[in-house]
Structures are given as structure tokens and as C-alpha cells.
Design a protein around this ligand. Sequence first.
Ligand SMILES: *[C@@H]1O[C@H](CO)[C@@H](O)[C@H](O)[C@H]1NC(C)=O
Ligand SMILES: *[C@@H]1O[C@H](CO)[C@@H](O)[C@H](O)[C@H]1NC(C)=O
Ligand SMILES: *[C@@H]1O[C@H](CO)[C@@H](O)[C@H](O)[C@H]1NC(C)=O
Ligand SMILES: *[C@@H]1O[C@H](CO)[C@@H](O)[C@H](O)[C@H]1NC(C)=O
Ligand SMILES: *[C@@H]1O[C@H](CO)[C@@H](O)[C@H](O)[C@H]1NC(C)=O
Ligand SMILES: *[C@@H]1O[C@H](CO)[C@@H](O)[C@H](O)[C@H]1NC(C)=O
Ligand SMILES: *[C@@H]1O[C@H](CO)[C@@H](O)[C@H](O)[C@H]1NC(C)=O
Length: 402
Amino acid sequence: MALHLLTIAILLMSRLWFIHSVTTPSEVEVLRALKQGIDPNSIPEYSFLSSWDFSLDPCESPGAHFLGVLCFISDDNSSLSRITTLDLDEAGYDGFLTEEIGNLTELTSLNLSKNKFRGPIPDSINKLTKLTTLSISDNFFTGSIPVGMRRLKRLQQLDVSYNKLTGSIPTWIANFRTMISLRMSNNGFSGRIPSLAGLWQLNVLDLSSNQLFGSLPQLPTSLRTLSLSHNVLSGSVHLLWRLRDLKTLDLSDNRFTGSIRGVISLPAVTAVNLSVNWFTEIEVAKFTGRSTMLEVLDVRENRLQGHLPVNLVTIQNLTAINLSNNQFSGPIPRDFGLRLGAPWRRVYLDHNFLVGTVPPEFGSPKIKVKGSLASNCLKCPRNFTMCGEVPHLRQQPKQGKE
Ligand SMILES: *[C@@H]1O[C@H](CO)[C@@H](O)[C@H](O)[C@H]1NC(C)=O
Ligand SMILES: *[C@@H]1O[C@H](CO)[C@@H](O)[C@H](O)[C@H]1NC(C)=O
Ligand SMILES: *[C@@H]1O[C@H](CO)[C@@H](O)[C@H](O)[C@H]1NC(C)=O
Ligand SMILES: *[C@@H]1O[C@H](CO)[C@@H](O)[C@H](O)[C@H]1NC(C)=O
Ligand SMILES: *[C@@H]1O[C@H](CO)[C@@H](O)[C@H](O)[C@H]1NC(C)=O
Ligand SMILES: *[C@@H]1O[C@H](CO)[C@@H](O)[C@H](O)[C@H]1NC(C)=O
Ligand SMILES: *[C@@H]1O[C@H](CO)[C@@H](O)[C@H](O)[C@H]1NC(C)=O
């Protein structure tokens, strides 16, 4: 086995060494131009870019030189290599992505994340039609998504998050049929979210922290992670019940209204964050034979009315619940007491209109639970520390604070 691998390794190396492939000269020029677009003072000594030594051939110098560059021996010209990957390190490179990038037409992966690139995404990017991965996250790119990018139909991963991009989320994004991960969070994108139902392989959609408004678009049922927090989205969320593979849902800090129900019962969901919205109702189904994976439920700061959803106690793996800052009324169900400590480790019911006596477990010094019952109309004994205003981990029961 080891010998076999060694043979393969030797074959691969001889391919590199004996074919004497050289990089297509115009592509070397592109690398040179790209490096020139970056302030030399922002190129640290041990960074990828400082290893680019133009007295050598990029595709012929594997190892210590031209770090971040990978090549492929082109089919249509066996003697010249083409650059297929340009993945820079997080060195804080400060500069512009120059138009020449569009000449690396065999590129399948371009990753410039966590640097200080600024200015617009060059229009020439439309020539990189073989790209499957494009990440420019954590930079200072400005302007909108160039319309030419609609030609990059092989993209599987697009990450433009944490930039200063503006404009709308292009509707043609729906044509990227092979997209698996789409991240556009923390920018200044505005307008409505176009229908994304056609992205039938999409696992991750993160559009959080933008200025998106309107209602939820059609979404592909392949989604596992959906994050739309910190926008101005509105309307109901009931269509999400179709997302049977969803694991993580974060719609916090928007203006969603209506009832919370289906999403809590999704078979794969482990974390639901619907906090800081305008929801008025929550319905939790009773889980008996059926199970749900839900571990974290955060619905704080809504306008939820009615009694506390007693069926929460039937969710096997739930550990953290935040129902604070709502308009819940009525008593705390006795069964809530039985779940305290294990499995419920964080229980926030503060700032509601709860009345009546508190189940005794809430005062038991043996039960370790973080949480608060403060600011309700409960008969909350002074020595129940959870009744105090400041939520903290209880160890010894102390004099309760009002
Ligand atoms: C990039 O391609 C354009 C058009 O094909 C050409 O005019 C230009 O010289 C090329 N630039 C480099 C650096 O190869
Ligand atoms: C093949 O390589 C030669 C240089 O070795 C170059 O002149 C020619 O244009 C290349 N042909 C193609 C199809 O890329
Ligand atoms: C891009 O590079 C960064 C680090 O430099 C890495 O964390 C990230 O996973 C890469 N993105 C993709 C899509 O490969
Ligand atoms: C839910 O979202 C809010 C606001 O975005 C955030 O502050 C909070 O930490 C999140 N909750 C959980 C449990 O992650
Ligand atoms: C609860 O969590 C455990 C492990 O974390 C997992 O094996 C189990 O399937 C979960 N139960 C339900 C009902 O989701
Ligand atoms: C629950 O929400 C309250 C305020 O709405 C916040 O102070 C507390 O940190 C939250 N707890 C958890 C565990 O998210
Ligand atoms: C709280 O005080 C009452 C009497 O005032 C006492 O019976 C009870 O055991 C105390 N509970 C705790 C948790 O100390």
C-alpha cells in the first residue's frame, strides 16, 4: 500500500518535473499585475504574496514559492500550465483587485478573504466562468454585485460577507443551480430577497445584517442553515415548515408577525432564534412518539400573548429557552419545574405578565439553572434568586433582590 502510494507520488512529481511545463506567460503577467495592485507595505515577510518571486515560474515552483497559486496542465496546450486556484492568506493585504484578474480564465477557486481589498469587484470577473468557489469576505469592497457575475454559473460557494457592498441581491442568483453556500451578510444590500427556490442544492443561506425588506422569498428545501437576522423583513414565517432539513434558523431582529408554530416542529432543527420581532402567538405541538432535535429556542422581545406553551416540556433535548420580554400571562406550568436543571439549563421568563405561585424547583438550591423570572406579577419568594432583576447562576440561595 505504502509502496503503491510512493509510486503514485513519484509519477505525480515526475509529471511536474519532467514535462517542464511553464505557466502561460500572460497569466504570469496577471499575477504580477495583481501583486502590483497591493500596497507593498501591507505585504508581510512571511505571507503568500511575499513568496511570489517572478524570477521563477509560478506553476513550476511548488512548495516555497508562489504560495496560494495552483496550476493545471491545460488540455488544449499540453506544454503550458494554467492557473486554477488563487487562494490568498489572511495577511491584511491592502489594495485593489485589478481588472487583470479576469484573464485567469481557468480559475476555479478565488479566495481573498480577511484582507483589506477595497474598491469595486472588477467587471472582468465575468470572464471567470469556471469558478466554483469565490470568496472575498472580510474586506472593504464597495459598489454592487457586477451584473456580469450572472455568467458564473458553476459557482458552488459564494461568500461576499463583511464588505461594504450595496444595491440589491440580484434576481439572477436564482440561476446558480449548483450553489451550495451563499453568504452575503454584513453589507449594505437593500431591497427584497428574490426567489431562491431554484437553488435546489443550497445548504447555507446567510443574508444577515443588511437592509433587506419585504416578505420571505421562496426558499429551497435543501437548506440547513438559514440566517436572515438584522434586516427589516416582515410578514409570516409559516412557509418555513417545508424546510425539512433545516438545522439552524436565525430570523432575529426583523419585523416578522403572526404565529410561531411549524418551525419548532421541523424534524432536524436544533436552534431557532426568532427574537426581536413582532410575533404575537406561539404554538408548540405535543411531542410524544415523534421527536424533535430542538435544543435552543429564543423568542425573546416579541409580542407573544397567552399562556406559556406547556408542551415545551415534551421536547426531549431542549436546554435553553428565552421567552423574556413578551406579554405572556397566566401561571408558570408546574411541569416547567420538573425540567429545570436537567435538561433545562437556561430559562428566561422575565418581563412578562405571569401570575401565581412559582413551582418550588425554581427555588431549589440543588438545581443549577441560569435564568430569570424578574418583572412579572408572580408570588416570587424573596429567597428565590431567579426572582431578582439580575439573571445569574445560582449557587447558594441569598436574599432576593427586587
Ligand atoms: C488581459 O486580457 C486582455 C484582453 O484579452 C488583454 O488585452 C490584456 O493585455 C490582458 N492582460 C494581461 C495582464 O495579460
Ligand atoms: C500553445 O503554446 C504556445 C507557446 O508554447 C502558444 O504560442 C500558443 O498560442 C498556445 N496555444 C494555445 C491553444 O493555447
Ligand atoms: C477562504 O479562506 C479563508 C481563510 O483564508 C478560509 O477560512 C475560508 O474557509 C476560505 N473560503 C472558502 C470558500 O474556501
Ligand atoms: C438570537 O439573536 C439575538 C439577536 O440577533 C442575539 O443577541 C442572541 O444571542 C441570539 N440568541 C441565541 C440563543 O443565539
Ligand atoms: C438528543 O440528543 C442526542 C445527542 O445529543 C441525540 O442522540 C438524540 O437523537 C437527540 N434526541 C432527539 C429526540 O432529538
Ligand atoms: C434572554 O433575553 C434577555 C433579554 O431579552 C437577555 O437579557 C438574556 O441574556 C437572554 N438569555 C439568553 C440565554 O439568551
Ligand atoms: C425560602 O424561605 C422559606 C421560608 O421563608 C423556606 O421555607 C425555604 O426553604 C427557603 N427556600 C430556600 C431555597 O432557601
